[in-house]
Design a protein around this ligand. Structure first.
Ligand code: ZN
Ligand code: FE
Length: 239
């Protein structure tokens, strides 16, 4: 299973997972259709599935155009059936979503939105975290509570440490500035920042990150309890 990183809109990432043997593909969070179509056509793929992490426009903007063009199935959280355009494959917490050679476990991870989910492709050691866990950061809490977001991040912390993290935006550098401000002595973080700056200078995404690095460097994953997490989230909102 190969993951192609596709830049969308301002700073969004969509991901195309390709089963190269069968030329079948899934796209995660197509913020817009055009860059997805370009890749699919170039590689002559059959885009059978569209997977959404949540209903925000920058994650679903390409849904209907892609569905119309490729007759793709649109997968999303069942409680969000009224706000994910074109949804016709409903999933719920802890469900195994398995189609063709794609196999992932769905985590309901509310906080950013009430219906936010992640897709954990456990056999491939990859997780698609949308706007919940970013590299060196976490999403803003729009619809949920601090407690929900804190618990959602803790769920992700429990999967294998060598899992690759694919998130919804290229926010890593900006996030790193907040982390280093409040965790200045963290040597792993300093090392990570050098890597991030190098990648961006070369024009390549800082994604995927590895869960182990996030646990060592991401100040939101290092928060020991709900109180310190909430404080950090407030500070970041005003950073
Ligand atoms: Zn969002
Ligand atoms: Fe977003």
């Amino acid at each position: 299973m190969k993951v192609e990183i596709i830049k969308c809109l301002q700073d969004n990432y969509s991901y195309i997972i390709v089963d190269e043997e069968n030329q079948i593909a899934c796209v995660i969070d197509p913020g817009e259709a055009e860059p997805i179509i370009n890749f699919v056509e170039k590689k002559k793929l059959h885009l059978k599935y569209i997977l959404n992490t949540h209903h925000h426009y920058d994650h679903i903007g390409g849904n209907l155009e892609l569905k119309k063009k490729y007759n793709s199935k649109i997968v999303g959280f069942k409680n969000d059936k009224n706000r994910i355009p074109g949804i016709n494959d409903f999933v719920e917490n802890n469900q195994i979503w398995k189609r063709d050679n794609f196999e992932s476990k769905v985590f309901h991870i509310p906080g950013h939105t009430s219906g936010h989910i992640a897709y954990h492709f456990y056999k491939d050691k990859k997780i698609f975290t949308g706007d919940t866990l970013f590299s060196l950061g976490c999403g803003r809490i729009f619809e949920g509570t601090y407690k929900e977001m804190f618990n959602s991040l803790n769920k992700i912390k429990n999967i294998p440490l060598d899992t690759e993290i694919y998130c919804g935006h290229e926010y890593t550098l900006q996030n790193s500035k907040f982390c280093i401000r409040y965790d200045p002595k963290n040597l792993s973080l300093r090392k990570k920042i050098i890597e991030v700056e190098k990648k961006l200078k070369e024009g390549v995404p800082t994604i995927p990150s590895i869960l182990k690095d996030e646990i060592e460097c991401n100040i939101f994953l290092k928060a020991r309890d709900l109180e310190s997490f909430s404080k950090l989230r407030d500070l970041k909102d005003n950073f």
